[in-house]
Write a protein that binds this ligand. Structure first.
Ligand code: S3P
Length: 760
């Protein structure tokens, strides 16, 4: 959206590419005021007038300053001193309330110039820098689109006049630019890294090669790589000399970092250290792709962010069938652990069936940031080049784990044992979730961890603290807490023992054993001895029973359904949903049972059979903890009441799932009573006979609260709804179940995605 520029007379000092393009962009945006220019070269002014960009101009500032309402200094950085000094002596002739801005690529040096010229940085001077340019120069190259979708960084001082700032913002917004603010020092550091250093390298590389090959013979053969890398060496030498003089300190600091990096790579090449090279290239390659997709808005994270802005909505038509044979994506819990243990192992871990969802990808990315070379994922295959128990490197910034509670809690344990400090952050939902449950016992082991208020993320973990094994009686049945402590226990002196009040998923224990690490269990307690090592082993990730659940319930409630879900993990600590559905009367059978890499799997065959309400056995609760949102939909379609107790943990998942489901059920008109630790749901049953698909409740608009499992649960609810169900805020489905929509359509649901660009 182009903003309007409310200036009578703009004076552009310096009519080169940048100044000329500004005039061209203003004209193209319909700016009606006068544009004048001052430039030492009369030919440039004449050309600007001829091109219709400016109304007039002169080589002397005093000849064009009268009545100017906005002065833009678009001269080279080193010319700024003399231009600002002259301007200070004539500025009183400009219009009252005149605003001054500049376009210089370095800001600290220009601020110093302003202080010398004006005695201080005047409140009506707003320093700025459009991040746009080209190797071309001069007004003849002026381009009205030069600033479209480019960033302009303004670096206001604390006493800059807000009205002046707003006018400069409006100027650039009218040219189609995105206007940002930053302080001067930060600007210079950022630009040194992102612009000045690459230019310096390009100039240097071309010069070095040119010197080595006096006849420039080599350039004849210089194709893609050379051309891509050195395009910017064709830029204006004078301008760049000025920039390197003006931003000397920040450029030298970034050059030092670069030399350290090149040194590292040089040593790897010297030693023929393929793993080290692979780690560097792999990290760089992924960082580059990530960066590119951020620019193109296609990566999983960019996509995610975009979806968060343009909220994703499901619109599900009532009715539909559930038939076929499908395979849902890989298990989330096992995928997280495959990367974690693979990274800490000695040797190369080959993973098959990895879940390419945002949660497990966040774990993968975090290990890349800690120096682990990871190839893939390519169609569920990931190769992790383990660095050993003590081979992780300090990441350069906070580790962002998005929506993934599992990642944050397991990382907490693993990182408490490292020699370096780390910070763990996540998205808005994760930031509300309790982390005291891991931070407290880790502190008992000797870890030093800071949390935000109320034990919430971010977590700041201070490395280098010796850990001691403990015996911990978990106050809640949580596999994440248990796994966190076992991972910390790998680094602790002595034994780490964890007692669980009820059995929880044991993937960590199984995988540790698969990697050759002894884990003991007796009754409700498991333990391990610190100080051992992990040996890489192949991992075959089964399909996630938690994702399969949506289709199990879909089939269980829909007359005529007949569905096979292939290769689903049926670890005994995860099969609460199978047990509960069978107790409710579902026709659900397991076939082709076998074991892959220490985890049992089976094909699940489900056909419609009328369900009845039950009292859910309390020991099944931890075994079905992620499956309750979908099971509530089963309950809404059963005959009679289904009662759940002892499930207060549901209140601290990606949303308060008891409340979120109760609200959604209320919208559909399903009778229920919400309790602090559970719910009673009165099912609609099948009043018109066992094979009738008559609706059991109405349609309506549901807020999933950004919780993937709430969104998918109400999507399948539509199979027995009397009206359309619209579900808001569904982007997070891709944290655990990429491709949900396609599979849902494939089995017979009628479901559309919509994006609301304004936000729902
Ligand atoms: C998980 C454990 C469960 C589960 C989560 C994944 C794991 O959480 O809800 O989705 O991978 O260890 P709690 O252990 O906190 O119950």
């Amino acid at each position: 959206m182009q903003a309007s520029v409310d200036e009578d007379r703009i004076l552009i000092v310096g009519l080169g590419l940048i100044g000329g393009s500004l005039a061209a962009a203003l004209r193209a945006a319909g700016f009606r005021g006068a544009i004048h220019s001052c430039d030492p070269n009369p030919d440039e002014i004449a050309r600007g007038i001829e091109m219709g960009l400016i109304d007039g101009g002169d080589t002397r500032l005093e000849a064009v300053i009268d009545g100017a309402t906005l002065v833009v200094l678009a001269v080279p950085v080193l010319a700024m001193e003399s231009v600002m000094t002259q301007l200070a002596s004539v500025i009183h002739r400009a219009a009252p309330g005149v605003v001054i801005t500049d376009v210089g690529s370095t800001k600290a040096a220009i601020r110093d110039v302003a202080r010398r010229a004006f005695g201080r940085v005047p409140p009506h001077l707003v320093l700025g820098h459009p991040i746009a340019g080209s190797e071309k120069s001069g007004v003849a190259a002026a381009n009205p689109a030069l600033y479209v979708n480019h960033k302009v960084i303004l670096t206001p001082e604390s006493d800059t006049d807000p009205a002046a700032l707003a006018r400069v913002r409006a100027l650039w917004a009218a040219c189609g630019a995105e206007v940002l603010e930053m302080d001067v020092v930060r600007h210079d550091q950022v630009l040194a890294r992102t612009s000045h250093l690459p230019h310096l390298l390009a100039f240097s590389l071309v010069d070095t090669l040119a010197r080595q090959d006096e006849r420039l013979e080599i350039f004849r053969y210089a194709a893609g790589g050379f051309r891509d890398f050195t395009r910017i060496a064709g830029s204006d030498p004078v301008m760049w000399r000025d920039i390197f003089i003006a931003n000397r300190d920040a450029v030298l600091a970034s050059l030092d970092d670069f030399e350290t990096g090149v040194g590292r790579l040089r040593r790897a090449v010297e030693r023929g250290d393929g793993d080290a090279m692979l780690a560097i290239f792999d990290r760089a390659s992924h960082a580059r792709h990530y960066f590119e997709s951020l620019l193109n808005q296609t990566s999983y994270q960019a996509e995610y962010q975009m979806q968060q802005h343009g909220k994703l909505r499901y619109r599900v038509t009532p009715g539909g069938g559930v038939t076929g044979r499908i395979r849902v994506p890989g298990d989330k819990s096992i995928s997280h652990r495959s990367i974690m243990l693979g990274a800490l192992a000695e040797g190369v871990t080959e993973v098959k069936g990895f879940l390419e969802g945002e949660d497990s990808l966040a774990t993968l990315q975090a290990f890349r940031e800690m120096g682990v070379a990871i190839e893939g994922p390519h169609q569920g295959r990931v190769t992790v080049h383990g660095v050993g128990m003590h081979g992780l490197k300090a990441p350069s910034g906070p580790l962002y784990v998005g929506n993934a509670g599992t990642a944050m809690r397991l990382f907490a344990g693993l990182l408490a044992g490292q020699a370096f400090d780390t910070e763990l952050t996540g998205d808005a939902s994760l930031t509300k979730r309790p982390m005291g449950r891991v931070a407290d016992p880790l502190r008992l082991m000797g870890a030093e961890i800071d949390t935000a208020e109320g034990g919430r993320p971010p977590l700041r973990i201070h490395g280098g603290k010796p850990l001691q094994g403990i015996t911990y009686d978990m106050p809640m049945a949580s596999a994440q807490v248990k796994s966190c402590l076992l991972l910390a226990g790998l680094y602790a002196e002595g034994e780490t023992r964890v007692r669980e009040p009820a059995p929880t998923r044991d993937h960590t224990e199984r995988m540790l054993a698969g990697f050759g690490y002894e884990v003991h269990r007796e009754g409700d307690t498991c333990w391990l001895q610190g100080g051992g090592k992990l040996t890489a082993a192949p991992i075959d990730v089964p399909s996630d029973i938690s994702s399969a659940t949506f289709f199990l319930v879909a089939a269980a409630i829909t007359p005529g359904s007949d569905l096979v879900l292939e290769h689903v993990g049926i670890n005994p600590t995860r099969i609460g949903v199978i047990n509960i559905l069978q107790l409710m009367g579902a026709d659900l059978r397991l076939t082709n049972e076998h074991e892959v890499g220490g985890e049992p799997v089976a094909d699940l065959h489900i056909r419609y059979a009328p369900l009845k309400g039950i009292d859910i056995p309390v020991e099944q609760v931890p075994l079905a903890i992620d499956e309750f949102p979908a099971l509530f939909i089963a309950a809404a379609n059963a005959e009679g009441v289904t009662r759940l107790r002892g499930a207060e943990e549901l209140r601290v998942k990606e949303s308060d799932r008891l409340q979120a489901m109760a609200d959604g059920l209320a919208t559909l008109g399903v009778e229920h009573t919400l309790l602090p630790d559970g719910i009673d749901i009165v099912g609609g049953g099948n009043p018109e006979g066992a094979n009738s698909s008559s609706p059991n409740y109405g349609g309506g608009r549901i807020d999933s609260l950004g919780d993937h499992r709430i969104a998918m649960s109400f999507a399948i609810a539509a199979l027995r709804a009397g009206g359309e169900i619209v579900i808001d805020d569904c982007a997070n489905v891709s944290t655990s179940f990429p491709g949900f929509i396609d599979l849902a359509r494939r089995v017979g649901l009628s479901l559309d995605e919509e994006r609301d660009e304004e936000g729902a």
